[in-house]
Design a protein around this ligand. Sequence first.
Ligand SMILES: Nc1ncnc2c1ncn2[C@@H]1O[C@H](COP(=O)(O)OP(=O)(O)OP(=O)(O)O)[C@@H](O)[C@H]1O
Ligand SMILES: [Mg+2]
Length: 250
Amino acid sequence: MNDRAIPKEAHAMAPPETDGERTVMLACHDLTRIYREGPQDVTVLDGLSLEVHAGERVAVVGSSGSGKTTLLNLLGGLDRPSRGDVRIAGETLLDLGSAELGSFRNRHIGFVYQFHHLLAEFTAVENAALPLIVRGLRKKAAESRALELLDKVGMAARADHKPGELSGGERQRVAIARALVTDPSLVLMDEPTGNLDQATAASILAMMDELARTTACAFVVVTHDTALAAHQDRVLKLDGGRLTEQCQGS
Ligand SMILES: Nc1ncnc2c1ncn2[C@@H]1O[C@H](COP(=O)(O)OP(=O)(O)OP(=O)(O)O)[C@@H](O)[C@H]1O
Ligand SMILES: [Mg+2]
Protein backbone atom coordinates (compact mmCIF):
# COMPACT_ATOMS: atom_id res chain seq x y z
CA MET A 1 0.00 0.00 0.00
CA ASN A 2 2.76 2.41 -0.89
CA ASP A 3 0.64 4.20 -3.46
CA ARG A 4 -0.84 6.76 -1.11
CA ALA A 5 -3.58 7.55 -3.58
CA ILE A 6 -5.73 9.63 -1.27
CA PRO A 7 -4.36 13.16 -0.97
CA LYS A 8 -4.43 14.65 2.48
CA GLU A 9 -6.03 18.08 2.53
CA ALA A 10 -3.70 20.99 3.05
CA HIS A 11 -3.96 21.76 6.72
CA ALA A 12 -2.55 24.57 8.81
CA MET A 13 -0.84 22.44 11.36
CA ALA A 14 2.23 22.64 13.53
CA PRO A 15 5.20 20.93 11.85
CA PRO A 16 5.61 17.31 12.99
CA GLU A 17 7.66 16.97 16.15
CA THR A 18 10.89 15.12 15.96
CA ASP A 19 12.81 13.25 18.57
CA GLY A 20 16.31 13.22 17.13
CA GLU A 21 15.80 11.57 13.74
CA ARG A 22 12.35 10.13 14.37
CA THR A 23 9.01 11.85 13.93
CA VAL A 24 6.78 11.70 16.99
CA MET A 25 3.34 10.69 15.70
CA LEU A 26 1.59 10.43 19.06
CA ALA A 27 2.54 11.99 22.38
CA CYS A 28 0.52 12.21 25.53
CA HIS A 29 1.52 13.15 28.99
CA ASP A 30 -0.10 13.28 32.41
CA LEU A 31 -3.16 11.69 30.83
CA THR A 32 -5.82 11.21 33.47
CA ARG A 33 -9.41 10.08 33.17
CA ILE A 34 -11.68 10.12 36.17
CA TYR A 35 -15.24 8.85 35.76
CA ARG A 36 -17.58 10.58 38.16
CA GLU A 37 -20.15 8.00 39.14
CA GLY A 38 -22.60 9.51 41.66
CA PRO A 39 -20.70 10.23 44.86
CA GLN A 40 -17.74 8.08 43.81
CA ASP A 41 -14.87 9.07 41.53
CA VAL A 42 -13.24 6.27 39.61
CA THR A 43 -9.72 7.09 38.41
CA VAL A 44 -9.09 4.85 35.42
CA LEU A 45 -6.01 6.56 33.91
CA ASP A 46 -3.70 8.30 36.33
CA GLY A 47 -0.99 10.57 34.89
CA LEU A 48 -0.10 8.28 32.00
CA SER A 49 2.55 9.16 29.41
CA LEU A 50 3.18 7.64 26.01
CA GLU A 51 5.17 8.49 22.87
CA VAL A 52 4.84 6.62 19.60
CA HIS A 53 6.96 7.37 16.54
CA ALA A 54 6.05 7.26 12.86
CA GLY A 55 6.15 3.67 11.62
CA GLU A 56 6.25 2.27 15.15
CA ARG A 57 3.85 -0.39 16.43
CA VAL A 58 2.96 -0.54 20.11
CA ALA A 59 0.84 -3.15 21.86
CA VAL A 60 -1.10 -2.27 25.00
CA VAL A 61 -2.02 -5.19 27.23
CA GLY A 62 -3.77 -5.25 30.57
CA SER A 63 -6.52 -7.00 32.47
CA SER A 64 -10.19 -6.44 31.71
CA GLY A 65 -11.28 -3.12 33.21
CA SER A 66 -7.74 -1.74 33.42
CA GLY A 67 -8.68 1.14 31.08
CA LYS A 68 -7.46 0.08 27.64
CA THR A 69 -10.57 1.20 25.75
CA THR A 70 -10.69 4.38 27.85
CA LEU A 71 -7.10 5.10 26.76
CA LEU A 72 -7.77 4.46 23.06
CA ASN A 73 -10.86 6.68 23.18
CA LEU A 74 -8.73 9.54 24.55
CA LEU A 75 -5.95 8.96 22.02
CA GLY A 76 -8.50 8.94 19.20
CA GLY A 77 -10.25 12.14 20.34
CA LEU A 78 -13.49 10.29 21.13
CA ASP A 79 -13.34 11.34 24.77
CA ARG A 80 -11.69 14.21 26.63
CA PRO A 81 -9.21 13.69 29.47
CA SER A 82 -9.84 14.94 32.99
CA ARG A 83 -6.21 16.13 32.92
CA GLY A 84 -3.27 16.01 30.53
CA ASP A 85 -3.10 16.25 26.77
CA VAL A 86 -2.82 14.21 23.58
CA ARG A 87 -0.81 15.40 20.57
CA ILE A 88 -1.04 13.66 17.22
CA ALA A 89 1.17 14.68 14.30
CA GLY A 90 2.02 17.87 16.20
CA GLU A 91 -1.61 18.87 16.87
CA THR A 92 -2.99 19.08 20.42
CA LEU A 93 -6.45 17.51 20.30
CA LEU A 94 -7.78 19.67 23.14
CA ASP A 95 -7.10 22.78 21.05
CA LEU A 96 -9.54 21.65 18.35
CA GLY A 97 -13.22 22.50 18.28
CA SER A 98 -15.60 19.64 17.57
CA ALA A 99 -15.83 20.22 13.78
CA GLU A 100 -12.05 20.59 13.50
CA LEU A 101 -11.56 17.50 15.61
CA GLY A 102 -13.90 15.51 13.34
CA SER A 103 -11.97 16.61 10.29
CA PHE A 104 -8.60 15.95 11.97
CA ARG A 105 -9.69 12.45 12.98
CA ASN A 106 -10.88 11.75 9.45
CA ARG A 107 -7.53 12.79 7.99
CA HIS A 108 -5.17 11.28 10.53
CA ILE A 109 -6.71 8.53 12.61
CA GLY A 110 -8.00 5.06 11.76
CA PHE A 111 -9.95 3.50 14.63
CA VAL A 112 -10.94 -0.15 15.01
CA TYR A 113 -13.49 -0.29 17.81
CA GLN A 114 -13.71 -3.21 20.23
CA PHE A 115 -17.28 -3.84 19.03
CA HIS A 116 -16.62 -2.66 15.45
CA HIS A 117 -19.61 -0.24 15.15
CA LEU A 118 -20.54 -0.89 11.53
CA LEU A 119 -23.70 0.72 10.19
CA ALA A 120 -26.35 -1.99 9.93
CA GLU A 121 -28.12 -0.55 6.88
CA PHE A 122 -24.93 -0.23 4.83
CA THR A 123 -23.10 -2.98 2.98
CA ALA A 124 -19.51 -3.93 3.79
CA VAL A 125 -18.14 -1.83 0.95
CA GLU A 126 -20.32 1.15 1.87
CA ASN A 127 -19.16 0.89 5.50
CA ALA A 128 -15.51 0.67 4.48
CA ALA A 129 -15.89 3.61 2.07
CA LEU A 130 -17.63 5.88 4.57
CA PRO A 131 -14.56 7.80 5.86
CA LEU A 132 -13.72 8.73 2.25
CA ILE A 133 -17.31 9.83 1.54
CA VAL A 134 -17.11 12.01 4.69
CA ARG A 135 -13.88 13.42 3.29
CA GLY A 136 -15.71 14.41 0.10
CA LEU A 137 -14.67 11.70 -2.35
CA ARG A 138 -17.21 10.57 -4.93
CA LYS A 139 -19.00 7.31 -4.14
CA LYS A 140 -17.43 5.41 -7.03
CA ALA A 141 -13.85 6.37 -6.17
CA ALA A 142 -14.43 5.81 -2.45
CA GLU A 143 -15.93 2.36 -3.01
CA SER A 144 -13.21 1.37 -5.44
CA ARG A 145 -10.57 2.19 -2.80
CA ALA A 146 -12.68 0.45 -0.11
CA LEU A 147 -12.81 -2.68 -2.28
CA GLU A 148 -9.01 -2.77 -2.44
CA LEU A 149 -8.88 -2.78 1.35
CA LEU A 150 -11.66 -5.37 1.63
CA ASP A 151 -9.65 -7.54 -0.74
CA LYS A 152 -6.57 -7.23 1.49
CA VAL A 153 -8.56 -8.45 4.51
CA GLY A 154 -10.13 -11.29 2.47
CA MET A 155 -13.60 -9.74 2.33
CA ALA A 156 -13.97 -8.70 -1.32
CA ALA A 157 -16.39 -11.54 -2.01
CA ARG A 158 -18.69 -10.33 0.78
CA ALA A 159 -18.52 -6.64 -0.15
CA ASP A 160 -22.25 -6.41 -0.85
CA HIS A 161 -23.33 -8.02 2.41
CA LYS A 162 -24.69 -6.04 5.34
CA PRO A 163 -23.15 -6.51 8.81
CA GLY A 164 -26.14 -8.61 9.96
CA GLU A 165 -25.24 -11.18 7.29
CA LEU A 166 -21.58 -11.39 8.37
CA SER A 167 -19.86 -13.32 11.16
CA GLY A 168 -18.13 -11.50 14.04
CA GLY A 169 -14.70 -12.01 12.49
CA GLU A 170 -15.94 -10.85 9.07
CA ARG A 171 -17.39 -7.69 10.62
CA GLN A 172 -14.08 -7.11 12.38
CA ARG A 173 -12.24 -7.35 9.06
CA VAL A 174 -14.61 -4.82 7.45
CA ALA A 175 -13.92 -2.52 10.43
CA ILE A 176 -10.18 -2.92 9.85
CA ALA A 177 -10.64 -2.06 6.15
CA ARG A 178 -12.64 1.04 7.16
CA ALA A 179 -9.87 2.13 9.55
CA LEU A 180 -7.17 1.82 6.90
CA VAL A 181 -9.05 3.17 3.89
CA THR A 182 -7.91 6.78 4.43
CA ASP A 183 -4.18 5.99 4.72
CA PRO A 184 -4.14 7.30 8.29
CA SER A 185 -1.06 8.54 10.16
CA LEU A 186 -2.10 6.67 13.29
CA VAL A 187 -4.18 3.51 13.64
CA LEU A 188 -5.78 2.71 16.99
CA MET A 189 -7.07 -0.85 17.29
CA ASP A 190 -9.08 -2.29 20.16
CA GLU A 191 -8.80 -6.08 20.13
CA PRO A 192 -8.60 -6.31 16.31
CA THR A 193 -8.05 -10.06 16.22
CA GLY A 194 -10.44 -10.97 19.05
CA ASN A 195 -12.84 -12.78 16.70
CA LEU A 196 -10.38 -14.02 14.10
CA ASP A 197 -8.92 -17.48 13.48
CA GLN A 198 -5.14 -17.80 13.45
CA ALA A 199 -4.75 -17.67 9.67
CA THR A 200 -6.91 -14.55 9.30
CA ALA A 201 -5.19 -12.91 12.27
CA ALA A 202 -1.84 -13.64 10.60
CA SER A 203 -3.00 -11.93 7.40
CA ILE A 204 -3.99 -8.83 9.42
CA LEU A 205 -0.53 -8.89 11.01
CA ALA A 206 1.07 -9.04 7.57
CA MET A 207 -0.98 -5.99 6.52
CA MET A 208 0.20 -4.07 9.57
CA ASP A 209 3.80 -5.05 8.76
CA GLU A 210 3.41 -3.81 5.22
CA LEU A 211 1.87 -0.51 6.33
CA ALA A 212 4.51 0.12 8.98
CA ARG A 213 7.23 -0.65 6.44
CA THR A 214 5.90 1.27 3.45
CA THR A 215 4.24 4.25 5.14
CA ALA A 216 4.89 6.28 8.26
CA CYS A 217 1.75 4.85 9.84
CA ALA A 218 2.00 4.27 13.62
CA PHE A 219 -0.11 1.68 15.46
CA VAL A 220 -1.39 1.39 19.01
CA VAL A 221 -2.99 -2.01 19.38
CA VAL A 222 -4.90 -3.13 22.45
CA THR A 223 -4.89 -6.88 22.60
CA HIS A 224 -5.12 -10.02 24.71
CA ASP A 225 -3.61 -11.95 21.78
CA THR A 226 -0.05 -12.78 22.86
CA ALA A 227 1.09 -13.50 19.29
CA LEU A 228 -0.20 -10.12 18.11
CA ALA A 229 1.39 -8.33 21.09
CA ALA A 230 4.75 -10.04 20.62
CA HIS A 231 4.74 -8.99 16.98
CA GLN A 232 4.71 -5.26 17.84
CA ASP A 233 7.87 -3.18 18.39
CA ARG A 234 7.02 -2.58 22.04
CA VAL A 235 4.59 -4.08 24.53
CA LEU A 236 3.21 -1.81 27.27
CA LYS A 237 1.12 -2.99 30.18
CA LEU A 238 -1.67 -0.82 31.55
CA ASP A 239 -1.97 -1.27 35.28
CA GLY A 240 -2.98 1.14 38.05
CA GLY A 241 -3.74 3.80 35.44
CA ARG A 242 -0.21 3.89 33.98
CA LEU A 243 1.79 2.14 31.30
CA THR A 244 4.93 0.15 31.96
CA GLU A 245 7.24 -1.35 29.36
CA GLN A 246 7.13 -5.15 29.20
CA CYS A 247 10.10 -7.21 28.19
CA GLN A 248 9.19 -8.92 24.91
CA GLY A 249 8.14 -12.49 25.63
CA SER A 250 7.17 -11.86 29.27
N1 LIG B 1 -18.53 5.86 30.75
C1 LIG B 1 -18.08 5.29 31.88
N2 LIG B 1 -18.56 5.67 33.09
C2 LIG B 1 -18.09 5.12 34.22
N3 LIG B 1 -17.16 4.15 34.28
C3 LIG B 1 -16.65 3.72 33.11
C4 LIG B 1 -17.09 4.26 31.85
N4 LIG B 1 -16.40 3.64 30.85
C5 LIG B 1 -15.59 2.75 31.47
N5 LIG B 1 -15.74 2.81 32.81
C6 LIG B 1 -14.99 2.02 33.80
O1 LIG B 1 -13.61 2.24 33.57
C7 LIG B 1 -12.89 1.04 33.74
C8 LIG B 1 -12.07 0.77 32.49
O2 LIG B 1 -12.94 0.45 31.41
P1 LIG B 1 -12.37 0.11 29.96
O3 LIG B 1 -13.54 -0.17 29.08
O4 LIG B 1 -11.45 1.18 29.54
O5 LIG B 1 -11.55 -1.24 30.28
P2 LIG B 1 -10.77 -2.23 29.29
O6 LIG B 1 -9.38 -2.34 29.81
O7 LIG B 1 -10.96 -1.81 27.89
O8 LIG B 1 -11.52 -3.62 29.56
P3 LIG B 1 -11.82 -4.86 28.55
O9 LIG B 1 -10.51 -5.63 28.41
O10 LIG B 1 -12.85 -5.65 29.31
O11 LIG B 1 -12.34 -4.31 27.26
C9 LIG B 1 -13.88 -0.05 34.06
O12 LIG B 1 -13.89 -0.25 35.47
C10 LIG B 1 -15.20 0.53 33.59
O13 LIG B 1 -16.26 0.07 34.39
MG1 LIG C 1 -11.92 -2.65 26.24
